[in-house]
Design a binder for this molecule. Structure first.
Ligand code: AGP
Length: 609
């Protein structure tokens, strides 16, 4: 939700922090700031608005020093403003901090500090940390930092500097933080892309481990200052993966990366011989699975819709009951869950607070846990006994695209594995599915080839206020994802309905010129029923965009435009259809002049509940 970068070394801290913050702007972008130790004082500069506002100022008024911290913010406590932007400093500016997360007991701490004479400049929860460290400071920043952190409740990645010491100290709890290990320089950041230009060796920080970064290197300890060991993780993916690479937006680049991402997710995992589905970090045996009475899939947003598609696939091929829930609801509804439940968490970032809390709840209730995530070493991955990495590569755009398609691939893999475990999927049928899954990358490429056509169709959305996404069966889940994509980046009010449900109320919203997007990834009887639903829509004067498999296209003239999907095996047009929906949303947003990669009010990784 917020981006943190810190630097200690011999170079200009300002330049390194700004370049790192640029890579992290997807994490928050309503204000940005920097604090640099310049000789015996800390200079703090922070502004409401995009990082470019801060950059513009610093370009004319640079701050010189080689120790510093910086931040891009996504507001939680206090509106976006210069005062609420990070860093936050003690009254005398001797201590400066940046923070990601929420300090739950900040009101109580603020009252205590106020009674001691501390004066607050912002409405944020973070500011208490700066004053608290100042309060405990007796000449050793790490000592004061550990004492202050001991008072905090909530989730935090917290980084601090002092005007009196040549060091940076930091800690994390339920909020991502990594440390970059360079030659004669060290970095701290919310995510790897921020440091990749300078080093590939990083520590993926564990909760409650304190780090001290000095000119001599990095040392780690617990709250009693006992040394802690951490393995160095060597990053193998390329910095280029986290840049736009010639595309106008990260979102478009990531849409076009999908054939590659899908191939990466499948690599070494699917084979017609042997076990057919080979998953590393996966300990769930056939016996374990067959003892399970229910699968529960929990996630947020796009990942949740991937989970809904997973429900469809697992129930169909493994005949096991699957419940799905959005993570923010799951743990508060006293879910029926025990040691015979398989709990699956899906999260691109692996840091989504609600998903993580759901996972912890499920573990506490005794469930077996499997996480599907894209980020190695993320909190969700670290807390799960079984992990299925999606290997989509870094996803920067707020709107999730390649993460979604690779999550769907994970769902196919599980549906086949569980189908074979349960005995409901024959070897022959599994082989058929495997063959058709291996054609998915090509079919996605075919759809990507229709970019010009889809760009033209997106003009239909240029001046509308409402859009409707309909489908039946698994296509309803796709409609939900299509509708989310449309609303989050183009700000068009979009709703998804089961096609057959329209006539029970929502059809009243349709009028001359309304746009209805219908997804139809299969043929057969249900296809005819969808066509009847489209006639009802058409009769109300709505314009129909039909996304349908070749051969199942409209032959009654009910569609205004048709985007055809390649002929594919049963259930294999889910991903090509998702790509069409992504491109429709993308071009609608571009045509309306929206900031595609950084939609208003949103952040890539939502690390608060
Ligand atoms: C989708 O485009 C959004 N960015 C959002 O719904 C996202 O999928 C959700 O916040 C979950 O994130 P996660 O996969 O990192 O947990």
């Amino acid at each position: 939700m917020c981006g943190i970068v810190g630097y200690i070394g011999r170079k200009s801290a300002q330049n390194i922090i700004l370049s790192g913050l640029n890579k992290l702007e997807y994490r928050g972008y309503d204000s940005a700031g920097i604090a640099v130790k310049c000789g015996e004082e800390i200079i703090e500069r922070k502004f409401k608005g995009r990082l470019s506002v801060l950059e513009g100022f610093l370009c004319d008024n640079p701050v010189h020093g080689n120790i510093g911290i910086g931040h891009t913010r996504w507001a939680t406590h206090g509106a976006p403003s210069d005062e609420n932007a990070h860093p936050h400093s003690s009254t005398d500016y001797s201590i400066s901090v940046v923070h990601n997360g929420i300090i739950e007991n900040y009101v109580q701490i603020k009252e205590e500090l106020t009674s001691l004479g501390y004066v607050f400049r912002s409405q944020t929860d973070t500011e208490v940390a700066a004053h608290l460290i100042h309060h405990y400071y007796e000449g050793d920043l790490l000592d004061a930092f550990i004492k202050a952190v001991g008072k905090l409740k909530g989730a935090y990645a917290l980084v601090a500097i002092s005007e009196k010491e040549e060091k940076i100290v930091c800690v994390r709890k339920d909020s991502p933080l990594i440390i970059g290990l360079g030659e004669n320089e060290s970095f701290v950041a919310s995510d790897i892309p921020a440091v990749l230009e300078y080093t590939r060796d990083v520590y993926l920080m564990d909760d409650n481990v304190f780090a001290e970064l000095t000119h001599d290197g990095v040392s780690l300890c617990d709250e009693n200052k006992h040394p802690v060991q951490n393995e160095v993780y060597h990053v193998t993916w390329d910095a280029q993966d986290a840049t736009k690479g010639g595309y106008e937006h990260f979102m478009l680049k990531e849409i076009f990366e999908q054939p590659t991402s899908v191939r990466n997710t499948l690599r070494g995992r699917l084979d017609k011989i042997g076990d057919k589905v080979t998953l590393d970090d996966f300990r769930l045996t056939k016996e374990d699975f067959n003892k399970i009475s229910k699968v529960y899939i929990v996630a947020c947003g796009t990942a949740y819709y991937a989970g809904c598609i997973g429900k469809y696939l697992i129930e169909k091929y493994a005949r096991k009951t699957v419940e799905t829930d959005v993570a923010s609801e799951f743990r508060y509804k006293d879910p029926i869950i025990d040691e015979n439940t398989l709990f699956i968490a899906i999260s691109q970032s692996g840091e989504t607070a609600d998903t993580l809390a759901g996972l912890r709840y499920a573990k506490k209730m005794g469930a077996k846990v499997l996480s599907i995530t894209n980020v190695v070493g993320s909190s969700v991955a670290r807390e799960s006994e079984n992990v299925l990495y999606t290997w989509a590569g870094p996803e920067i755009a707020v709107a999730s695209t390649k993460a979604f398609s690779t999550q769907i691939i994970a769902m196919y893999l599980l549906a086949i594995k569980f189908g074979l475990y349960s005995g409901n999927l024959s070897e022959e049928k599994a082989d058929e599915l495997i063959d058709s899954i291996y054609m998915l990358d090509k079919n996605i490429e075919t759809v990507l080839g229709k970019i010009g056509e889809i760009e033209g169709i997106a003009h239909m959305f240029e001046s509308i206020k409402d859009a409707f996404f309909i489908g039946r069966g698994v296509d309803h889940y796709l409609s939900m994802e299509g509708s989310l994509k449309m609303k989050e980046i183009s700000y068009i009010h979009a709703e998804a309905y089961q096609a057959g449900e329209l006539k029970h109320g929502p059809i009243a919203l349709l009028e001359e010129g309304s746009v209805v997007v219908c997804t139809l990834t299969y043929g057969g009887e249900l296809c005819d029923k969808v066509m009847s639903n489209l006639k009802e829509v058409k009769a109300r004067g709505a314009k129909v965009v039909l996304i349908a498999e070749e051969g199942n296209e409209d032959n009654d003239g009910v569609s205004d435009v048709i985007i055809s999907l390649p002929k594919a095996h049963e259930d294999m047009n889910i991903l090509p259809a998702a790509v069409v929906l992504q491109l429709l949303a993308y071009y609608s947003a571009v045509n309306r002049g929206c900031d595609v990669d950084k939609p208003r009010n949103l952040a890539k990784s939502v690390t608060v509940e």
